[in-house]
Structures are given as C-alpha cells and as structure tokens.
Design a protein around this ligand. Sequence first.
Ligand code: PAF
Length: 283
Amino acid sequence: MRIFHTVSGLRDALKVHRREGLRIGFVPTMGNLHQGHLALIEQARGSCDIVVCSIFVNALQFGLNEDWDKYPRTYQDDCDKLAAFGCDYLFHPDDTEMYPNGLDTQSRVICPTMTDVLCGASRPGHFEGVTTVVTKLFNIVQPDEAVFGIKDYQQLAVIRRMAEDLCMPVEITAAPIYREADGLAMSSRNGFITEQERPNVVVLKQSLEWIAEQIHAGERNFRELEKLAVERIADAGFKTDYITVSHSKTLDPAAEDDLEITILGAMFTEAARLIDNLSIRLD
Ligand code: PAF
C-alpha cells in the first residue's frame, strides 16, 4: 500500500491509473478502523481495480463541544489493517493540507435537505462539515465509486443527494452495518462505552427492532411507538437523542401509508453518542 500525505502526490499517482482506464474506488474514513470499515474496503475491492482510502479526522464536522480532540487516532494500526485488506492507496493529509486557508474562510457545500433533522438537529453544522470535506475528497481522488456505511444512514442519504444535485461523476454505494456478537453496531465511538454500560447499550438496536415488529404486526401510530421506545431506552439507563420512524428516502416522519420505512435512533451513554437504524419494506 502506498501512503500519501499531500493532495498533489496522490493526484499524480492516480492520474496514471485513470489514463489506463482503471476503475477507482474510494472509502473515506476518519480512521480507528474496525471490521465495518474493512468491509467497505472489501466492497470497493470487489467492484474496482484500484482502492483508495482516506483517514482524516475532519474538524469541520465536529461542534465546539464535541469530541474532535478525543476522537481515537490509531494510525499505525489502521495502516496495517488497510494493507492486509488490499487497499492500494492511503491518503492521510494533515489539517493544513486539507484546509490551507483555515477553517473559518473555507468555502462550504450546503445540502439544504435532510441536514437539520435527526443527527443534524443535535449536531448543528455537522452535515455541512461532512458534505464539504467529502466534496474536497471527491475532487482530490476523483473516484468512479465511493462506498459509505449504512450505519450512518442520514450521512449516506445526504451524500447521495449532494452527488445528484451537484452532478458529481461518482457512483455512491452502500455497505451493510457490521455488528458485535450482541448486535451493537460497530463504531469508532464504541471505545468510549464503559464496562458497566456495555451489556445494556444493545437496547438501542433492540428498541428499533421492537418498533419494526410492532409495525409488521399492523401498528401505524408511529409517534406513539417512538415514545414507547424512548421509555425502553430510559429504563435501560440511557438518554435518547431521537427515535424516529421515517420515510426511507426523504427522512421525513413516516406517514401511515408509507411502504419504505427506516427507523433511526441515537442515544447518549456517559461519554458517547451511539446511532443505529433499521429499514423495513411493507407490501
Ligand atoms: O463517516 C465518516 O467517517 C465521516 O463522516 C467521513 C465520511 C469520512 C467524512 O469525514
């Protein structure tokens, strides 16, 4: 695996492959790679000739009181994992390489739909930071395909919408959620869960599944189901950020006759904010 820290170095290397007509796949990450990230690499490996991964902990998508400084940075371990999973190129820029003019005057990419609800409501500016850095990374790598995890369902929806709105010549593909043995969705933030909390955090996934079961059984009072799920989470000792039964494409609150539904949730542990989601189809 070749590693580049500069935009120009990576661009020069990829230019050669582009001229050869090879399909370039891209997996953007913030590092601290787990099995879920490696599955994205494997997916890109299966459909592309060249696989590029980026590791950049993007300050622009963290709020002032969020965990940018505490975000786990495990560079050497990440490099070993990526090399073992057949990644061809790693792009690992520093802040100055990505934001040479500083953050305050950085031009931004704004996606006005789906960004101020759910995670966007509790993390103002987060998605603007994501769409801006992803656009920059797309411009640097110029991938044919970019793979994102379904775990960040809203992020995936926003990026798809951005790519469509801005005619970005990249195919956005999705990879399934990777879970621990008890069902907890893999996340770089799981390392912040305490030993005491760990057996109970699966309540988030279980609450989403419980809602899905009720809907399959015919219940259509979605707002009531959301309320009851929040109570289950509180009983397990956690504070809910949101639980919503949403339309899978628009992320608007689902209506009774919607057929494609995604149940999304976020809850707080003492030091982490965990998210999960579950999509169902009603015929
Ligand atoms: O999902 C992530 O890890 C980040 O939001 C991304 C897409 C790499 C942008 O910084």
